[in-house]
Design a protein around this ligand. Sequence first.
Ligand code: HEM
Ligand code: HEM
Length: 186
Amino acid sequence: MEYNFISRLNHWVAAIAMIGMLLFGLYLEYGDLAREARRPLIGIHRSIGVVVLIFGIWRVSWRIMQGFPTPVADMPRWQFRLSKGVHWSLLAGILIMPLSGIGFTVFRGRDVDVFGWFSIPGAAEIPWIVSLSSVLHQYVGLGLCAIVVLHIAAALKHHLVDRDPTLRRMISGRALKTGTAPSDTP
Ligand code: HEM
Ligand code: HEM
């Protein structure tokens, strides 16, 4: 089994969205931002986050329904296990990040307005959900940054050092057809 077109599209859309949102979040938290400038940016961060959640539910369900294709590279067992752990952590992160963001906003009694299209109404305050969600948002966010770096380093290592088709099959879908086109092609 290979990564079909929908799997590849799902992977790259979620990858761009997650890398963008992790950097956006770090900028909100640690960037040198004035209070007035921060407020509208948080609104955009929240709105994109809710859209990521809707897309993420589809993306993660699709992977669970399809299963993971077998790796194209020969690797030791520890590496296979590590890659499985990384892939499952990334999938979990796609859901945990927006859910925790919504959790610490909504259960503090605040609405989450999504680009003015619709709004998730604030609920009665539940302090333990607010604290848990905010710890998750912060630490899962930082953990994901490290895991994404490891994931990208692994993809580059397969491509540049081992020169196997791992990255190519996530880009073009063609893992096994690595030869050149037949010379008698018209
Ligand atoms: C793909 C989804 C999301 C990602 C990857 C993400 C990532 C992050 C990261 C990495 C931070 C910095 C955390 C830190 O180090 O303290 C952050 C901060 C923040 N995020 Fe998100 N976020 C997402 C969705 C959301 C959603 C849906 C909301 C609210 C509805 C939200 C609300 C916030 C707020 C208010 C902050 C500022 C820090 C704070 O006040 O605690 N995020 N985000
Ligand atoms: C430049 C950034 C990235 C590159 C080059 C990249 C590359 C790859 C490659 C080559 C695979 C296939 C691995 C295999 O066949 O065993 C893969 C799988 C995967 N990647 Fe990435 N990736 C990137 C960013 C991300 C990000 C940011 C996420 C999630 C937050 C992510 C989540 C996943 C997941 C969950 C899989 C397992 C298969 C699937 O469900 O799509 N990737 N990635």
